[in-house]
Design a protein around this ligand. Sequence first.
Ligand code: NAP
Length: 282
Amino acid sequence: MNTVLLPSGRAVPVLGQGTWGMGEVPSAKAAEVAALRLGMDLGMSLIDTAEMYGEGGAEEVVGEAIAGMRAEAFLVSKVYPHNADRRGVQAACERSLRRLGTDHLDLYLLHWRGAVPLAETLEAFEALKRAGKIRDFGVSNFDLDDLREAEGLPGGKHVAVNQVLYNLVRRGIEWDVRDWCRTRGMPVMAYSPLESSPSEQANMLGRPALQAVAARHDASAAQIALAWLLRQEGVVAIPKAVTPAHVRANRAALDIVLSADDLAELDRDFPPPPRRIPLELR
Ligand code: NAP
């Protein structure tokens, strides 16, 4: 699996697995665990989760999936903004570790900005790092002003990633956030790379350019949407898939090489917004 480097020098696989929506329905758990294991076997060892997903249920699914394979996994979890004060971060992290059945996270993110001063959250992240509970920390859903503010705070230069909504129909970060991160060696983790909801996904995947490029590569539109993200320097994609065929297809997307003509055709049908827009969120 190709990797990108965090500012700390640690390597992150460029293609991982999301878990939003997992751990919510007990009868679905076995299939969710099996999907994550299949993904791990195929090299998608980065697993993205959060205390929010299934209110801890997704972390339990991940814990079961990585049992006996912790060393191979790159685990990302996120703290709720309302838990992001000094004590709250520590307690939330301990709960996440317990549910995941591990003694450390590879990456711990602030899920989005809330009312707790950012300086306090960063200080708490630094303390977790010193205690060996997390290897790196980062942020999610941070627009340019948030990133600038973080950079100026103690610990801010250690922010390792920004996880944001990014896909063919959500290209607003190309105005500034993506390059701001790139020049600092901070990977962008693209969430909802396939547009999550069935209706929005169908709108994106059904567009003619995507269909045409997919046909040329004997691939699916979803695979091309992923390949488009994965070809970019410093971008990590974390599609969520429970269907085994989707897991396999997502891994295979990594091997698709898009040509200049493919990229031009996709740009014509999926242009970035004509002017800067506020960061889009899920
Ligand atoms: P997504 O990964 O863009 O889309 C998931 C949907 O696409 C599921 O319905 C899945 O179906 C389907 N799918 C997966 N692979 C496919 C393929 N090859 N072909 C066709 N359909 C496919 O949406 P997401 O879950 O919103 O985003 C991914 C991850 O990003 C999340 O799970 C979460 O870890 C993270 N995230 C973070 C934030 C944040 O605020 N930081 C927000 C949203 C998401 P099946 O499950 O049936 O396979």
